[in-house]
Design a protein around this ligand. Structure first.
Ligand SMILES: Cc1ncc(COP(=O)(O)O)c(C=O)c1O
Length: 425
């Protein structure tokens, strides 16, 4: 994919010059750094950088609040009452759902619980939940507590995927075989996509099909997938999904989360749901009726009127996504991540082992993050990063996670990062 002369600053600059998304870098503010060449930010899988246009949209809402007070719900450029609807079309494109299937609401773990309340409906014989083996702790706590809530012992009810001895990622055939093995006892498959630690992405369509084959519900946590992968949740028949927007989606710390519920489940009165007034039929919401009248879409899962400032920053960030488009972002992401992998192997191959699956043309097996095992002085390397202006993520004992974010990271950033790792050795 790359040629020897691209293992140079000049080569990296040339790749930037030819990059169709290069103009988007100027849309973002980079953290300050002691390094005169600027910050090398590779933590977009944790907290995305701030889009410059966020200041403007925040200012708009502060002005609307100052000018209109409560009337801001109906007045101004973007009235607050339907404000979350400003995000709907962008989310629909982002995850491949119908506009009735996606909504911006709450935060991630809250949405996960709301979805589990509706889609984890265990019975005496069908009560098992399949999750990743090394999933983010919040997901583990959520499923454990849901199992307990229904009277099951999580030790028995929550089954973790099993990678083979010595392997960090799970082979697809093993994953599908494990679904078959649990068989009739399987109530729910709830996987992340991508895995936060290894960067492995799963074949969501195949998993959904296999889970449904056993009468199970299938949902995904897209914390590391939304804004990173090209998704088709509706066509893949996924039952539900949740995601946050502060990582690849750059909406700011603690930003609004998203939820997807397949239209197959809308209007199904047999599905249990925790309810709040924002999920009530918009036509009579303000009649303050005693009984809940659900909106016939995923919006029925909304509880509260949403935080407008968080939605405003998300709106600014989604504008950038709509301009750049997800397929183009993924295309650059694949190339940039492969560039990082190639430079690491050319320059640091003796002490760096990439754990994330290798790029494949035929399916998305990874996004824009490389999880790398450092076999030499990982802690010292990470300690040296601060002075060099590098921001990325270290997980004990020896894993470095680096996300070249296609909207704002350049090939030059990637080249400079690898030089720092190489020079350290
Ligand atoms: C996979 C995954 N699940 C859950 C969370 C928790 O998110 P929140 O604090 O927004 O609920 C994170 C946060 O990084 C995550 O990566």
């Amino acid at each position: 994919m790359f040629e020897a002369n691209q293992n140079s600053l000049e080569g990296a600059k040339q790749l930037d010059a030819n990059c169709p998304l290069r103009k988007f870098r100027d849309e973002f503010e980079f953290p300050e750094s002691e390094n005169s060449e600027g910050t090398l930010y590779f933590a977009g899988h944790s907290l995305g950088l701030m889009p410059k246009r966020v200041r403007g949209v925040m200012e708009d809402e502060l002005n609307a609040w100052g000018k209109y007070g409560v009337e801001g719900h109906f007045e101004g450029k973007h009235p607050w009452l339907p404000y979350h609807e400003n995000i709907t079309e962008s989310f629909s494109r982002l995850v491949g759902g119908k506009t009735t299937e996606v909504v911006a609401m709450n935060s991630l773990t809250v949405n996960l619980h709301l979805m589990l309340t509706s889609f984890y409906r265990p019975t005496k014989n069908k009560f098992k939940i399949l999750i990743e083996n090394n999933t983010f702790p919040s997901d583990q706590y959520a499923v454990d507590s849901q199992a307990r809530f229904h009277g099951f012992n999580p030790e028995e009810a929550v089954v973790e995927l099993r990678p083979r001895e010595g392997e960090m990622t799970v082979r697809e055939e093993d994953l599908l075989a494990q679904i078959d093995e649990i068989g009739d006892e399987l109530a729910l498959v709830m996987l992340g996509n991508c895995n936060y630690l290894s960067g492995q992405c799963f074949d969501m369509e195949a998993i959904t099909k296999r889970g449904h084959g056993h009468g199970a519900m299938v949902g995904f946590n897209l914390a590391h997938g939304a804004g990173n992968l090209v998704l088709s949740l509706h066509d893949w028949n996924v039952d539900f999904a949740v995601w946050c927007s502060y990582k690849y989606l750059n909406s700011g710390p603690g930003g609004m989360a998203g939820a997807f519920v397949h239209e197959n489940h809308h209007g199904d009165a047999s599905i249990p749901r925790f309810e709040g007034w924002w999920g009530n039929n918009k036509k009579n919401r303000f009649q303050m009726k005693r009984r809940f009248d659900p909106i016939n879409s995923v919006e029925a899962w909304q509880l509260s009127n949403p935080p407008i400032f968080q939605l405003a920053s998300l709106r600014a960030s989604m504008e950038i996504y709509d301009e750049a488009t997800m397929p183009a972002i993924r295309k650059k992401g694949d190339h940039l991540t492969s560039y990082l992998e190639w430079l690491l192997s050319e320059n640091c191959g003796s002490f760096v082992e990439v754990q994330t699956p290798a790029f494949r043309e035929d399916k998305q097996v990874r996004g824009s993050m490389l999880s790398v095992k450092m076999t030499k002085d990982p802690k010292q390397l990470v300690n040296s990063f601060k002075d060099k202006g590098v921001i990325c993520d270290f997980r004990e004992p020896d894993i470095l996670r680096m996300a070249p974010a296609p909207l704002y990271n350049s090939y030059e950033d990637v080249f400079r990062l690898v030089q720092i790792i190489k020079d350290f050795s």
